[in-house]
Design a protein around this ligand. Structure first.
Ligand code: SME
Length: 160
């Protein structure tokens, strides 16, 4: 198993490790159980986060699901904020500076950068995975790629 405490672990190695552990965790197919474990895993293994969690599509909006970090908006309309944009556009939204994202919803004043990845089942958005960091431009294309793979593993193993 990768020694993630080693400062030399690359992003690719860290995402590989998270993906491997997530595969093994999503044996049951319950959405709350699986997103709760995914949030805990990401929070534990990805450095420099101040929020990691999920919004789940329900009744035409996004409803707060399992997460780690400070309390957050209970509902987000599709199209609103970073998470709503990811759901509307059905693609990952990477925001280096949230102050420059029109309509950004601030749940923690410390947040500076954000990555929102839609959970896609075919053409439908079943939820959004959201990561925040207090560091500017914390997320890059390696994070986008790594998190999109995590989202695929989660959707494949869950009855959303
Ligand atoms: N910033 C998000 C809201 C969720 S919190 O960051 C946890 C947004 O603009 O959609």
């Amino acid at each position: 198993m990768l020694d993630l405490a080693a400062a030399s672990a690359t992003k690719a190695e860290i995402y590989e490790e998270i993906a491997d552990r997530l595969y093994r965790l999503v044996e049951g197919r319950d959405p709350i159980a699986n997103t709760a474990n995914a949030a805990a895993l990401i929070w534990q293994l990805l450095p420099d986060l101040n929020w990691a969690g999920f919004y789940l599509a329900k009744g035409g909006e996004l409803v707060l699901g399992p997460f780690q970090g400070k309390p957050a908006s209970p509902q987000i309309a599709i199209g609103r904020g970073v998470c709503g944009a990811a759901a509307l556009w059905r693609r990952t939204v990477l925001v280096p500076d949230v102050n420059n994202f029109p309509g950004h919803i601030s749940c923690d004043a410390a947040s500076w950068s954000e990555l929102a990845v839609p959970l896609l089942r075919g053409d439908s958005v079943v939820g959004v995975m959201d990561l925040d960091s207090a560091s500017p431009a914390r997320f890059d294309d390696r994070d986008r790629h790594g998190c999109e793979i995590l989202a695929e593993i989660l959707v494949a193993g869950t009855d959303f």
